[in-house]
Ligand binder design. Structure first.
Ligand SMILES: Nc1ncnc2c1ncn2[C@@H]1O[C@H](COP(=O)(O)OP(=O)(O)OP(=O)(O)O)[C@@H](O)[C@H]1O
Length: 411
């Protein structure tokens, strides 16, 4: 439906779009992503014929955008980033005016205006002045304009930018409906929105296509793979890291720092190593707080591309990391999970005192200290009143053949 080949746009010495090619098949819904200045708007304006390309060709529905512009306009609806609507017009007036530009007959224009107003949910606001509409409703009016020629293709440049969260959800739902009937190219800075609506994304960086595919494929192939998030009480973090690195299948381990008494690591490997890390923890006696499989998000992939792969270290973490205290700073004990310590506090970094751990402990009710030992004999029962009804408040319970025993019943 859209076929862009070897597209380049230069502004003076600056190359905004640098030799890109892509196709959108009929019915495809594609998210167009990229950091500010990546060239998205420039590309969209070239696709719609608003801006001539410096080099390259664009065909929409088989028609050349520049040489067969009237055929292209009938097949293509465009919602620019800043919707150029006439604020003094009423919504219906403005649509009728736009319909005339599409050379529709009066009857067709009236019918089509009614249809698009219904489609974008503005029927009851058709007599409102555009200047009086909220930004979300103006965006709907802009979509109505784009839909007027009943186009096969919709090009939407940041359709939810500047909207509040509720308006954004409404416009997103509207786009989802439209996506069922049109080929859509949608640019947005809101990646969750793109993931929710678009089965395919094209990521632009510095005027070039950096990635093109389904979000899942891009994330798994370019996102740097998944990793095991492991958080536990490990004692010496450097030693624990070395041990984790020695696990078969582990390619690298990132030390994310300390969170209270726990230490957090990201364990990378070719596959999900949760079971291996779990078994290792059990063997080492590390108390686990988290053991989970993490896939990179589209947002992280986007940041990787936007920042440049060489600046991977600057990737925003999905969780604030508490840094380990300096070496001379006393380690504060928050909670002691050492089963051998019998409740006594010991600095977290100190090794377990093996001798103390082995010494025969006095019988207690602490299950950790008493494995294998018989429970102490119960202390003798103190005489005195009990709540046993048979003991009759201090007296022994009557025996079976006590003639005075009250067995109940009549008489
Ligand atoms: N008319 C113009 N004259 C000169 N330079 C321009 C013009 N239009 C765009 N540019 C430049 O081309 C580059 C790409 O701009 P473009 O607006 O296409 O980026 P974008 O990806 O849409 O960014 P944003 O997400 O901020 O909208 C930028 O460096 C911009 O300054």
């Amino acid at each position: 439906m859209i076929d862009a080949r070897d597209l380049t746009k230069t502004f003076g010495a600056h190359t905004a779009v640098d030799d890109i090619s892509f196709r959108l098949e009929q019915g495809e819904v594609v998210g167009f992503l990229g950091p500010n200045g990546a060239g998205k708007t420039t590309t969209m304006r070239m696709l719609t014929g608003y801006l001539p390309a410096t080099r390259g060709t664009i065909r929409v529905g088989g028609f050349d955008v520049l040489r067969e512009s009237m055929q292209v306009r009938r097949r293509l609806g465009y919602l620019p980033e800043n919707v150029p609507l006439y604020r003094e017009y009423r919504v219906e007036e403005m649509l009728l005016f736009q319909a005339r530009l599409h050379r529709m007959s009066k009857a067709d224009a009236k019918r089509r205006c009614g249809e698009v107003l219904e489609q974008v949910g503005l029927t009851d606001r058709r007599r409102s002045r555009i200047g009086d509409l909220s930004r979300g409703l103006r965006q709907r009016a802009g979509l109505a304009v784009a839909l007027l020629p009943n186009p096969d293709v919709l090009i939407l440049d940041e359709p939810t930018s500047g909207l509040d969260p509720i308006q954004r959800l409404e416009v997103r739902a509207l786009i989802r409906d439209l996506a069922a009937q049109h080929t859509v190219l949608l640019s947005s800075h809101i990646l969750a929105e793109v993931e929710a609506v678009c089965p395919r994304v094209i990521i632009l960086a510095e005027g070039r296509i950096a990635a093109d595919g389904t979000p899942e494929r891009l994330v798994s192939e370019l996102g740097g793979g998944g990793h095991v998030r492991f958080e536990a009480v490990v004692g010496d973090a450097a030693v624990a890291r070395e041990i984790l690195e020695s696990l078969p299948g582990v390619s690298r381990v990132e030390d994310d720092g300390r969170l209270g008494i726990h230490h957090q690591f990201d364990v990378y490997g070719s596959e999900d190593l949760r079971e291996d890390v779990g078994a290792l923890s059990a063997a080492k006696g590390w108390a686990i707080r988290e053991l989970s499989w993490r896939q990179p998000t589209l947002e992280q992939l986007f940041a990787r591309i936007a920042l440049g792969l060489d600046k991977e270290a600057q990737l925003p973490s999905d969780r604030p990391v508490v840094t380990a205290p300096a070496a001379d700073e006393p380690v504060k004990l928050v909670y002691n999970l050492d089963p051998f310590a019998g409740g006594a506090e010991r600095p977290l970094d100190a090794p377990v005192d093996a001798a103390a751990a082995k010494k025969p402990a006095a019988p207690t009710l602490n299950p950790f200290e008493n494995f294998g030992q018989s429970a102490p004999a119960a202390p003798p029962k103190p005489a005195g009143p009990t709540l046993n009804p048979f003991e009759n408040f201090g007296r022994p319970a009557p025996s079976e053949d006590d003639p005075n025993r009250d067995v109940g019943g009549e008489g």
